[in-house]
Design a protein around this ligand. Sequence first.
Ligand code: BGP
Length: 463
Amino acid sequence: MTNTFPKHFLWGASISAHQTEGAYQSDGKGLSVQDTRQRDNHDITDFTVAVDHYHHYKEDIRLLAEMGIKVFRFSIAWTRIFPNGRGEINQKGLQHYNDVIDELLKYGIQPYITLNHFDLPQALEDEGGWSARTTVEAFKHYAETVFEAYGDRAKHWLTINEPNIMLLVDKKILGKEIPLQEKYQQFHHLMIAEKYAFKRCHELIEGGKIGPVPNISLVYPATSKPLDNQAALYFNSIRNWAYLDFSCFGRYNTVFKDYLNRNNVTITIAPEDKELMENHFPDFVAMNFYTTVTVEKPTKKDGMANGISDQQSEDIMEWGFYKGFTNPYLKKNEFNWTIDPDGLKTTLQTLYDRYHLPIIITENGLGAKDELTADGKIHDTYRINYLKQHIDQCLQAIEAGVDLIGYSPWSAIDLVSVHEGISKRYGFIYVDRTEQDEKDLARYRKDSFYWYQELIKTNQLPS
Ligand code: BGP
């Protein structure tokens, strides 16, 4: 067993636009659903300033170059390019990502760009959002615009971040619940929008490569009871394979179709969809992974309402299909997310065997409450341990034959978590601010920064 990674392994680091950039109305930017979303907890910060990456991008990229990354995964804020989702291009917004890309290339860092990461333009949301077919057309035009603007230099693209989690955890991510019928019509539109992105990326960018970016976690049965296994089959399909089967095989899988039928969901499919579904495919799969999920078959209606409130814990249930179960063999982090490095290897193997496409991990990491010491240090040993365990499983997956081409953890710098604010930090770089006080937003290298730097330099996991 070696502890060395393949020579050209793509070490990276990831962020999204709305969780880092701030400057939410600067230089002509329009509002997105993340700027307007209703929050349960008003004590945590919103995304108006975030970590002001919009103004600090040069400093941030310089630090990331110092850390040695080969790949930077970030997203474009659609509302910087088209403030209302479509219409006239906002040149200042277009220029901003030109500058970001050039800055990355200056250091030899390859951009991996997510077209959309949870921040649909509010103007499109007002017209029905992903429930409306017209959003697919607007997305297609937006994607074509950025492919044409940046495709001479940016060759790697990711489509829409975690459509599976966005739909399953709608309340938490979008601030509202979407009825089931509408949710799965949105599924179809999101997946068709993605197909257009595959098609147009290949047509417009010479040497362009593109992949879907779902959150994939294997679902375990709580026991060896046949019905628990059936619950895992359904939830694996609803959570994971429905999305990737659409992207990679161009079809609805049968378990998912049965789930839709049993819920009386009917999807409207446009005449042009068949051609798109069956002819346009990704070059690789980008995968986000934090934990695995364990489910049992719900046997009695025990007062728990149908629904999913937290995708990373056992707080999930759909009557007749599956119910979350606390896996007694796994530990949890301080935010109640289970930790399962072995599950990462199994997830990678299962995914690779199913699709036979190269895989890059575009999110994995530990959210924790870090402490800045008086002498400007952050001793995040817990994060190093988490990363070490998961990276070790990546190595084992490669040894087992998985074509894993890169690892780009969450997150490059501290950012505002989806619903826990800035107190839940993920970055290699600490940003000095609190929920209520923006302070000076100064950047500090954490211990994990130096650890990751050494790992990239040697291309080896320290033994
Ligand atoms: C993923 C999202 C990210 C990120 C991460 C951590 O689902 O793609 O945007 O936020 O989860 O989640 P959280 O911010 O809730 O800790």
